[in-house]
Design a protein around this ligand. Structure first.
Ligand SMILES: [Zn+2]
Ligand SMILES: [Zn+2]
Length: 178
C-alpha cells in the first residue's frame, strides 16, 4: 500500500512496464514475429533517466540467437536549456534494432533473462544518454542568463544593479579588494 502511494505521488510508473514476458515468442521457431504497442505515461527507466512518456510499436522477431527487437518509439524527455538552464520538454524519435540474446550470453550487450523476461530499460537508457542534447533551447531566441548576476534575461527588462545576487556581490567585493 505504501509503495503504491509513493508511486502515485512521484508521478512515475515503475519501469516494470518495460519488462516484457517473451516466453511465448521464445517457444516458437525462428521467423515468428509478434507486434507490441506502448503507450506509457511518465516512466523511470533508470536512476538517471526519466521519460515523460513513451509511445510506439515494437516488433519482436524470433531469431536463432534470441529475439530481434525492431521499431520506432517516440519518447518525451526533460532537458535543460543550454542558455538559461530552464527545463525544456523534448520529443525524441528512437529507431531501435537490437538483438536480445537467448539463452543469456555474457558476450551479448543485451540478454533475455532465464525467466524469459526481456527488459527494455537498459537499451532505452543507453539510447537516451547518447541522444544529442547539444544546443537544446527553451525557445530559438532565448536570451540566456545575465553574466553578472545570473538573472534569467527572458523574464523581462533587466537592470543588473537592482538584482545583484548578494552572494555574487560579496564575491565581487572580495575580488576587488585583492
Ligand atoms: Zn532558455
Ligand atoms: Zn544581471
Amino acid at each position: 500500500m505504501s509503495r503504491l502511494v509513493k508511486q502515485i505521488s512521484s508521478g512515475y510508473v515503475k519501469n516494470r512496464v518495460l519488462k516484457l514476458n517473451v516466453g511465448f515468442v521464445l517457444a516458437h521457431g525462428p521467423g515468428y514475429t509478434h507486434e507490441t504497442e506502448f503507450d506509457v505515461p511518465a516512466v523511470k527507466v533508470a536512476d538517471d533517466v526519466d521519460l515523460t512518456y513513451l509511445r510506439g510499436g515494437l516488433r519482436l522477431s524470433r531469431a536463432k540467437e534470441g529475439i530481434l527487437v525492431q521499431g520506432l518509439l517516440t519518447i518525451g524527455v526533460e532537458d535543460e536549456c543550454t542558455r538559461c538552464l530552464e527545463p525544456v520538454q523534448r520529443e525524441i524519435a528512437l529507431g531501435l534494432e537490437e538483438l536480445f540474446a537467448y539463452p543469456p550470453s555474457a558476450i551479448a550487450e543485451f540478454s533475455i533473462g532465464e525467466d524469459a523476461m526481456l527488459d527494455l530499460a537498459p537499451l532505452l537508457r543507453e539510447e537516451v544518454l547518447i541522444a544529442d542534447t547539444q544546443g537544446v533551447l527553451c525557445r530559438p531566441d532565448c536570451k540566456g542568463l545575465c553574466v553578472v548576476c545570473g538573472a534569467n534575461l527572458n523574464e523581462g527588462p533587466h537592470t543588473c544593479d537592482d538584482t545583484v545576487d548578494p552572494r555574487l556581490a560579496k564575491l565581487r567585493e572580495l575580488l576587488n579588494d585583492e
